[in-house]
Design a protein around this ligand. Structure first.
Ligand code: NAD
Length: 496
């Protein structure tokens, strides 16, 4: 049965919000007793208090994670047994799907329909897929001389700290938790202070599934306090991060200043969506261009925020994109019909509005949206926005806005399209629309991006690696390649 807006509102009223940290299998307040308020961007209402962890909590959690890792209770468990627990964990995420989706929507404003159909199933799939993989990954035997045996084995790295952002809080956590836990590590998850609720909730589900106490801890709090404490900690072996490029760079510094912990970064993007005149279906391309900037309020690392259009079709194509974007309307995120929700908070709203001002100031032409909306709800909403006449040198083309603001740039030929597309500090994703097979492949090869989509936008699955070139990061989430981040390689050389 599909739930109505009233059903979701009633569920929201009845919801119990847990805001404490989770250490050694139990919820507890921050050592200092400090809390911060969790405000919903849906309507500005207070959801509850969240523990504001700091150095003292990081110390406790790291000690606990280390002790549990060394005990072998999880790290030395047979892969087939870890697999069973991970699959149970995925099932529990699915069973609690409505509650998790509701927490996500209330906490960070995304439409409930997306939380239910994208975030929750994606999170469960990441946990299940990683669990299912772990008893099928074999180590290697080196090509040795006759009287020697060389073993190349993978070992869990130890204590992993995972710091995640607010745009897909549950999903980004599970992309890390899946391979990190399946490999046998102990993990400390630090959710964004803007969206901590689902991370806190799944800690209990993990424990219920059979993840031993101390293997999975959650520390809510601010980046500059508990995040920094984890990043600088001498006993954290690996730091995995999804978030902005600015903080990603800072984390590399922290690792260098402390114990040279492995640092794996999934950072920002400014992805080009290139539409050639010979695109097989311009309507489909226009609809994809609209969804690429409006889905999740544009708060997507792979948002197609630079639309590169071949000049000969520009006059025909742009009106099609404007028309398609009319189908993306901000509304109450708890209404199952809503496809654009609230921005995460008023700070993000101000960021987005300041970029809209920068677009005007730099001489770009506003052709859709451009204003705050639904202010009377008490929430933070902005109209999906399009600027035409953008040059790739403008701020709205160079910087990640992380909101529904599309920059339209024209090009003359494939060479210029690739040059503009690659003229960016980022290299997360790109898309190409053409019916010419060679042009599709040659353009895809020339693009400096971790994911390239042909005649679609935002394809992918757990089976394919996800991550960035250049200042979009290093290492990859998802697929078997993700396990590289959470394991060390050991060569054992035996004289026979
Ligand atoms: P952010 O960098 O501000 O924060 C990310 C996390 O880092 C939060 O948990 C925050 O508390 C923490 N943090 C902040 N300062 C810290 C410090 N000094 N030390 C340790 N931790 C610190 O990013 P955000 O605003 O939460 O998320 C948006 C960004 O995430 C965008 O740039 C987006 O592109 C990126 N993102 C990337 C991917 C990807 O896979 N590449 C996916 C989703 C989001």
């Amino acid at each position: 049965m599909t739930l109505s807006l009233a059903d979701w509102q009633a569920k929201a009223q009845a919801l119990t919000i847990e805001g404490r940290a989770f250490i050694h299998g139990a919820y507890r307040a921050a050592v200092s007793g400090a809390t911060f308020e969790c405000i919903s961007p849906v309507d500005g209402c207070r959801l509850g208090l969240v523990a504001s962890c700091d150095l003292a909590d990081a110390e406790l959690a790291v000690q606990d994670a280390r002790k549990t890792f060394e005990s072998g209770v999880w790290s030395r468990l047979a892969p087939v047994k870890r697999k069973a627990v991970m699959i149970r964990f995925a099932e529990l995420i699915e069973q609690h799907g409505e509650e998790l989706a509701l927490l996500e929507t209330l906490d960070m404003g995304k439409p409930i329909a997306d939380a239910l159909s994208v975030d929750v199933p994606g999170a469960a799939r990441a946990i299940r897929w990683s669990g299912e993989a772990i008893d099928k990954i074999y180590d290697e035997v080196a090509a040795t001389p006759h009287d020697e045996l060389g073993l190349v084995t993978r070992e869990a790295i130890g204590v992993v700290a995972a710091i995640v952002p607010w745009n897909f809080p549950l999903l980004m956590s599970c992309w890390k938790l899946g391979p990190a836990l399946a490999s046998g590590n102990s993990v400390i998850l630090k959710p964004s202070e803007k969206s901590p609720l689902t991370a806190i909730r799944i800690a209990q589900l993990a424990t219920e599934a059979g993840i031993p106490k101390g293997v999975f801890n959650v520390l809510p709090g601010y980046g500059h306090t508990v995040g920094k404490a984890l990043a600088l900690h001498m006993d954290v072996d690996c730091l995995v991060f999804t978030g902005s490029t600015k903080i990603a760079k800072q984390l590399m510094v922290y690792a260098g200043e402390s114990n040279m912990k492995r640092v794996w970064l999934e950072a920002g993007g400014k992805s080009p969506n290139i539409v050639f005149a010979d695109a097989p279906d311009l309507k489909a391309a226009a609809e994809a261009a609209a969804s690429a900037i409006a889905f999740n309020q544009g708060e997507v690392c792979t948002a197609g925020s630079r639309l590169l259009v071949e000049r000969s079709i520009k006059a025909q194509f742009l009106p099609m994109v404007i028309e398609a974007l009319k189908g993306w309307k901000p509304g109450n995120p708890l209404d199952p019909q809503t496809n654009v929700g609230a921005l995460v908070d008023s700070q993000q709203l101000n960021t987005v509005l300041s970029y809209i001002e920068a677009g005007h100031a730099d001489g770009a032409k506003l052709v859709a949206g451009g204003r705050r909306t639904l202010e009377e709800t008490g929430g933070v909403y902005v109209e999906p926005t399009i600027f035409d006449g953008v040059s790739n040198a403008m701020r709205i083309a160079r910087e990640e806005i992380f909101g529904p603001v599309l920059s339209v740039i024209t090009f003359e030929d494939a060479e210029e399209a690739v040059r503009i597309a690659n003229d960016s500090p980022f290299g997360l994703a790109a898309a190409v629309w053409t019916s010419n097979l060679s042009k599709a492949h040659l353009t895809a090869k020339a693009l400096r991006a971790g994911s390239v989509w042909i005649n679609q936008y935002d394809g992918g699955d757990m089976t394919a690696p996800f991550g960035g070139f250049k200042q979009s990061g290093n290492g990859r989430d998802k697929s078997l390649h993700a396990f590289d981040k959470y394991t060390e390689l050991k060569a054992t050389w035996i004289k026979l």
